[in-house]
Design a protein. Sequence first.
Length: 276
Amino acid sequence: MSLFASIIYGIVSGLTEILPVSSQANQMVMRQLFGVSQKEPIRDLLVHIAIILGLFVACRGMFSKIRREQVLVHRMRRNPSQLHALKGVYDMRLVKTAAPIMIVGMIANLFFNHFYEKRVLFCLFLLINAALTLVPTYMHQGNKDARSMNRLDGWFIGFAAALSAIPGISRNGAIMFMTLIREADKRNGVTWALMLSVPAVVLLAVFDIVAIFTVGIDTLTLAVFLGYLLSMVFAFAGAFLGVSVIRVLIEHSDYSCFAYYDFGLALFSFVLYLIA
């Protein structure tokens, strides 16, 4: 992969890991465009590490608030009525309920990777993701937050997040769709999606480490190392930018641009398949 391709790969990977479009789908298309026949686990590992760092930097205010509230919980045990004011504590409880379902789903999906290599199915999942992204624009928005959500809601959100293991389905898009189905406020859906992104991307990094030891790596030249480094730096920038973009768009309740992007990517990918 050239240095220019490394930059594009990094920034698109960072952006699509946060925005309601599939990062896996975009990575698969980019690898085909750039003439890369298989995954590069070292590059992907560095990209995923950069995305985690970008998330923490972009969401440092949110994570700091949750951490402070977690500390306050221990001081309020004698007065449980005050706990209701600590919204971040309930956000964390919901995420802790959803995360195991998401993780189990992502691990189980590893056994079906060969199934998704069929290009027709890949394009179909992109179209499904487009529908999931477009529908919330026309749905009634609820007003529930984590304090009004129960364990079943957390399981549904975790199941939606697990669907992102399928190339073409966006984790954050599926979470935001399920959030509206469960009658929660859209802003809370973005918060939960960003919080769940951390364990999800950490698990993807673990998959990369396993791939490094099982598949092996190519010879690491200076040019290749520089390409990896560029992908990492721009993945960080992409993730940081993605958080900013999604926070702006949530105020307008319009994700139709991402649905049209998925339609276009599905068509482009199918054309590539036909001419390859």
